[in-house]
Design a protein around this ligand. Structure first.
Ligand SMILES: *Cc1c(COP(=O)(O)O)cnc(C)c1O
Length: 220
């Protein structure tokens, strides 16, 4: 079996190669190691190999695992990559350094209130449902511009980038390209896109944050 440390090296090498192919600076691509479902022990192995940015998809699970890990290891950057309920905005703002799943007004309102109250401002990404999948969170591509304007004008939120999860049964490239296009015309610099199977494609299309789980930690 490949150890998480060896797997992390393989992913790092693949990211470096994709950056070279895309003529991009590797410093502009953040690898987020997605540790959902994995216990603290497995996570500590990866921290030991120098990884600092991690992703979780559930607030409760992250709250159970990460405060202790963050107390023990300096420089951890925690990303919420899963859907967020408005009633968990308080916990999310307190724990996470970035939230990748902003997608509706009620959540914007709750986040704005917590950011002001806690004086903590996680990096915010708006999730775009590029495949218009009914089961998936995110704003529809055709609604993205108006939603981004509302985030700023109505809610006073600073949105730094966009996030997408392409449909599992489609080639991801067009979804990454569409997300990059929406970001560009809205003046957004960050792009959270690409997972274990397609992070190299995502980097070629401009990803600044790749969310890689199973390629590092193994199957879930
Ligand atoms: C689980 C998850 C990932 C990581 O997926 P892998 O295929 O294991 O790399 C990335 N993004 C989101 C939103 C996820 O929920």
């Amino acid at each position: 079996m490949t150890t998480p440390t060896a797997a992390l090296d393989t992913v790092r090498i693949a990211i470096a190669r994709a950056c070279k192919d895309a003529d991009r600076d590797p410093a502009d691509v953040t690898l987020i190691a997605v540790s959902k479902t994995f216990p603290a022990k497995a996570i500590e192995t990866v921290i030991g190999a120098g990884q600092r940015a991690f992703g979780e998809n559930r607030v409760q699970e992250a709250k159970a695992k990460w405060p202790a890990l963050m107390a023990k290891h300096v420089g951890i950057q925690l990303h919420l990559i899963g859907p967020l309920q408005s009633n968990k905005a308080k916990e999310a703002v307190a724990l996470f350094d970035a939230i990748h799943s902003v997608d509706r007004d009620s959540l914007c309102e709750a986040l704005a209130k917590e950011i002001a109250g806690q004086k903590r401002a996680p990096l915010l990404f708006v999730q775009v449902n590029t495949g218009a999948e009914p089961q998936k969170a995110g704003v529809l591509p055709q609604d993205a511009d108006a939603f981004l304007k509302k985030c700023a004008d109505v809610h006073g939120l600073t949105i730094s980038g966009l996030m997408c999860i392409p449909p599992a049964d489609e080639a991801p490239g067009p979804h990454f390209a569409l997300t990059a296009k929406i970001a560009k015309r809205n003046g957004l610099k960050l792009l959270s896109m690409g997972m274990s199977a397609d992070f190299a494609d995502a980097i070629l299309l401009g990803a600044t944050h790749v969310r890689v789980g199973s390629a590092i930690f193994g199957g879930r």
